[in-house]
Design a protein around this ligand. Structure first.
Ligand SMILES: [Zn+2]
Length: 205
């Protein structure tokens, strides 16, 4: 919500804010990009621009989410959210990167509802990003909101800018990690976290 408030546009989404004045420019930019990547002018459909606007609205809602209510709990064992879905855009090429996130923390009398793991990932990833920065931002969000005894974040992602550009296309997977508190100080805790997220115990429902 910070962005909306700082612009004095409380209660409005990206379509109303950005596109009320720039809509024609936006439509012609989308058409220009369509032609840049080889689209033939006669085939361009204005619906494409509308779909992109509506995708922008969806991203705006995800990054504006703020209902991170915490609960009191006497729980002091590790809580892990694994295989959380990640979708973002590399800020250098504006091409998607996507993959999975694992978040673990040891609470200090406060916990999140389980659905908030995914909400948190969506909140920080729904904009142009760097995978390295994103990893630290997730860690900081958990630290600031829950003040846990320790926290760890691991992201594995495929970058379509690496995959698609140049002549050496690659399906390389990039891994970033960040730890803090007990996860940093106690090697056993850190190992426990990494062994749980790396064990192939994925539920297939
Ligand atoms: Zn890139």
């Amino acid at each position: 919500m910070i962005e909306k408030e700082s612009l004095g546009l409380k209660g409005k989404g990206i379509n109303e804010v950005f596109l009320s004045e720039n809509r024609d420019e936006f439509d012609s930019t989308v058409n220009g990009y369509y032609r840049l990547i080889g689209g033939e002018n006669g085939n361009y459909n204005k619906e494409t621009s509308r779909r992109l606007r509506s995708f922008g609205e969806e991203l705006f809602k995800k990054r504006s989410y703020e209902k991170f209510t915490a609960f009191k709990a006497d729980h002091d064992d590790m809580i892990i959210g694994n295989h959380l879905r990640l979708f973002s855009f590399c800020e250098h090429h504006l091409l998607p990167f996507f993959g999975e996130v694992a978040i673990g923390y040891i609470p200090n009398n406060k916990i999140f509802g389980l659905s908030k793991f995914q909400r948190l990932v969506d909140k920080v990833s729904s904009r142009p990003q760097l995978q390295e920065r994103l990893t630290y931002q997730i860690l900081e969000e958990i630290k600031n909101r829950l003040e846990p005894k320790g926290v760890g974040v691991v992201i594995k992602a495929i970058h379509t800018c690496v995959f698609a550009r140049g002549t050496q296309s690659s399906s390389a997977e990039f891994t970033t990690s960040a730890v803090d508190g007990i996860f940093k100080e106690n090697n056993n805790t850190k190992q426990e976290f990494f062994s749980i997220i790396n064990s192939d115990g994925r539920l297939r429902l």
